[in-house]
Design a binder for this molecule. Structure first.
Ligand code: SF4
Ligand code: SF4
Length: 109
């Protein structure tokens, strides 16, 4: 196959799907008794960058509408990729794996 015909193929169509549709491809067993991600409000209150609000592929972290210094955590949407644990260099993320059998389930492996 020539490189020209490869270029014409382009990326797979799934790359163009909106986030909501991509997230529809995973399933969750939500552990409503145990939020496996929390943040330290004292640390977050001092954080200007709020890198968690744009680094997470599932938009788990959003700015708190009532206090822009804080973030809200929608842990039930977490894909367990671990990116936020690395990206938050301030130690604001308190992260553990969901309890056994809970959390994200990938439908396609
Ligand atoms: S979790 Fe980390 S990156 Fe996000 S607001 Fe808190 S300290 Fe900042
Ligand atoms: S582990 Fe990944 S999907 Fe889950 S909150 Fe962190 S960045 Fe988002």
């Amino acid at each position: 196959m020539s490189s020209q015909s490869k270029d014409k193929q382009g990326p797979p169509p799934s790359l163009y799907l909106p986030l909501e549709e991509k997230l529809y491809r995973v399933r969750y067993e939500i552990d409503s008794d145990h939020a496996h991600i929390r943040v330290d409000p004292e640390v977050c209150g001092q954080c200007r960058e709020k890198v968690c609000t744009f680094i997470c592929p599932a938009r788990v972290y959003t700015q708190d509408p009532e206090d822009s210094n804080l973030v809200q955590v929608h842990y039930e949407n977490c894909l367990e990729c671990g990116t936020c644990r690395v990206a938050c260099t301030r130690g604001g993320v308190i992260w553990s794996y969901p309890n056994g059998g809970q959390g994200v389930k990938y439908r396609f492996g």
